[in-house]
Design a protein around this ligand. Structure first.
Ligand code: NAP
Length: 302
């Protein structure tokens, strides 16, 4: 088993990364780095540089930090000759991810920009079905409760936190994967709470009749749905891509194995000496933040 170090023991590390690594035959959680979080029975460090020096046995680093602090950790890990796996979105800016890709290539290590929603059960069969279809439109309906999924996480509303595009990039990672034609943003309405630096809701209109409604204020049932209209019928992805329906018939229903699939892919990339770097979902987010009309809404407090 390959020794791996998890950095940033917060919500997603505890919810997904730790149990996924524990359940995998490929990986051994050999250390953690976090200012406050630890994992029972695993050597923990608070200083990343110290871990890199003291643990030459660890060849792979998985970064579960928010996007803004992540670059410095990734750059140090690559400079120390380690393979790096990045949570989504892969960085705070496009240029920094590009820089990491260049560094990883020069150092001969793997860099993997993970997009967990692309591993949802319905995504690959949706892509395969759409490959030879004529798409007449697509719509994203992505509405969830920020207090439930990011409890008290102030970074999501700080510059670089991306606001509703933190989960919204999951939906965009799916449509950039499955739609068979290119599309680009035409307009965006972005709703910023009066006391925050990132949007809490957004409506996007792309070319090719592709659109999206994103909202972080939805309590009760959560909506993670994508509809694609084609001349051959309608495709629906529900539950964040885990459930695929075509013309009302269920084609795939998921078992929520997105993170095991990400770690399997990382094992494959390391074994093959390859990298996988895809910033296309981030390009659409950056375009929305560039082009978007800013609308001020009620202040938001956790
Ligand atoms: P989080 O719990 O707020 O942060 C993860 C950990 O990062 C924290 O526990 C903290 O650990 C460390 N950290 C935070 N700010 C830091 C800083 N400035 N410098 C160094 N370390 C810092 O966030 P999360 O929900 O796990 O999200 C992390 C990433 O996973 C995000 O990119 C998010 O998009 C992605 N993600 C989240 C979810 C979700 O449901 N929440 C789902 C999928 C993906 P210490 O304070 O102990 O150092």
């Amino acid at each position: 088993m390959t020794p791996i170090c998890l950095v940033g023991i917060g919500k997603i590390a505890v919810d997904q990364h730790v149990p996924t690594i524990a359940g995998s035959d490929d990986w051994n959680l050999a250390a953690t780095v976090s200012r406050a979080g630890t994992v029972d029975g695993v050597p923990s460090y608070t200083d990343f540089d110290q871990m890199l020096v003291e643990r030459p046995d660890i060849s792979v680093i998985s970064l579960c930090l928010p996007p803004v602090p992540r670059y410095d950790y990734a750059a140090k890990a690559i400079a120390a000759g380690r393979h790096v796996m990045l949570e989504k979105p892969p960085g705070a800016t496009l240029a920094e991810v590009d820089a990491l890709a260049t560094m990883a290539q020069a150092a001969g290590v793997t860099l993997y920009t993970t997009w967990h929603s692309r591993m949802a059960k319905g995504v690959a069969p949706a892509k395969a079905w759409l490959a030879d279809k004529e798409v007449t439109g697509a719509h994203i309906n992505w509405k969830e409760d920020v207090r439930r999924w990011h409890p008290g996480q102030e970074w999501v509303f700080a510059p670089g936190g991306m606001g509703v595009f933190d989960p919204g990039s999951n939906a965009i990672s799916i449509i950039t994967e499955i739609l068979p034609m290119p599309f680009h943003l035409r307009t965006a309405d972005l709703k910023f709470p009066a006391n925050r630096d990132t949007p809490i809701a957004a409506q996007l209109q792309w070319t090719e009749n592709v659109s999206g409604d994103f909202d972080w204020r939805q309590e009760g049932p959560q909506s993670w749905d994508i509809t694609v209209e084609t001349t051959a019928g309608t495709l629906n992805l529900h539950d964040g891509g885990d459930r695929l329906m075509i013309e009302g018939k269920e084609i795939a229903a998921g078992d929520n194995r997105e993170y095991p699939a990400l770690y399997d892919r990382m094992a494959e990339l390391v074994k093959n000496g390859a990298s996988e770097v895809d910033v296309s979902p981030m390009i659409h987010v950056a375009d929305a933040l560039t082009l978007g009309k800013r609308i001020i809404v009620d202040p938001f407090h956790f």
